[in-house]
Design a protein. Sequence first.
Length: 507
Amino acid sequence: MSSSTLSTSPELTPLERQSVMRTLRSPRLLKTEVLAGLVVALALIPEAIAFSIIAGVDPRLGLFASFTMAVSIAFLGGRPAMISAATGAVALVIAPLVASHGVDYFLAAVILGGAIQVLLGVAGVAKVMRFIPRSVMVGFVNALAILIFLSQVPELIGVPFLVYPMAAVGLLIVFGLPRLTRAVPAPLVAIVVLTVFAVLANVLVPTVGDKGELPDSLPSLFFPDVPLNLETLQIIAPFSLALAAVGLLESLMTAKLVDDITDTRSHKTRESWGQGAANIITGFFGGMGGCAMIGQTMINVKASGARTRISTFLAGMFLLILVVALGDIVALIPMAALVAVMIFVAIATFDWHSIQPSTLKRMPKSETTVMLATVIVTVWTHNLAIGVGVGVLAAMVAFARRVAHFVTVERTEDTVNGQQHATYTVNGELFFASSNDLYTQFEYATDPSSVTIDLHGSHLWDASTIASLDAIQEKYRHHGTDVEIVGLNEASTLMRERLGGKLGSGH
């Protein structure tokens, strides 16, 4: 196996092992990872509780999922420093099953969804990332930034007035402190400062404890109480497939974003089946399942400077310690502090360069349209899979339209053996979008009795093109014209020999 082959082993690659060992030997680097993990854990708690409420389950299922997902993916995943936990995308997909069949079917669907992700990962589904254009990726990032911001708006509506200045102070700290020092993550300082203020001043503002009851025990093995038969499979399979697709898409695109930020490559295939294995583990420990979280990942990588699996592992461990052993203290954290951190993440995540007038002026209109379509659909549906799917479809249509116009047809007429003869020279790639227009480029009624179609500068890509050539020849025969097609390359010749005259009379 070549060195470039993506590893599917849970063992660390030599480079990753070297990075982890270097971090463990360096107090400065280790401090960064530890503090990053702590900040992420604090930010995960209210998010996990909120997503549990969306899914219609006990908050413990979201918190346990965030613990097991983070710890599992730290060992199994292919993208160091990326955070996986309970997510809103998974909660939205799976919520109808909870309402209709209860928690046991819900957890069975999480386990099956994880198994599907493992199969998709082993099958190489990560390779489809090559077909997601940059404009869709930019739209994905911008849509996520908007969704992160919008998710914080309810925390600022119908709350005591003091929440607003507290959130403003939090924003001032997370934006301003890095200009003075990066010794301690600014989000952690904001959380600590506002919590101390809220406790000492005894102010009445919404806190983490108001979101839901925190667990007081460790997660334990859980086996869903569902019949192991075909009927159960028919019930949970659609939800498991949706969970697998949404989870993998969000995880792989988040991994690609972190690759760009850190200038490193990740193992997308390993990340794919690692997400599945983490979901299986999560389901068997009574967790609601999840995937990569772009908001918490940005806190870890961009705001806190973490770069290794250590921060991911510690985020999960700190989460469990905080909610089980220190739940009473964590419950005192004002939501204003976490709102400030998440707004900072939203602003830092958004690709502001993509909407600058100078960028929009230079960018092809089709690229901008694709980006906007991805943003609008994702924000409108709150479903990343649908938004990215629409973006890719729009990019395909735009690409097909552009390529179709690259085909040119030039007509010349001369005299051969005393008779008039017309030659059509076709240049460009012929496929379904361009070949349909090709049929209209010939002067069937007025051409002389002898016509040559020269395809030296073309290539035939699909059956639509073969059908168009058949239709062109048939049209000329109807007018009594002798037409000859020349210049086909070897691949095009073989395709035409195999399909020519066998596709019906349409074009």
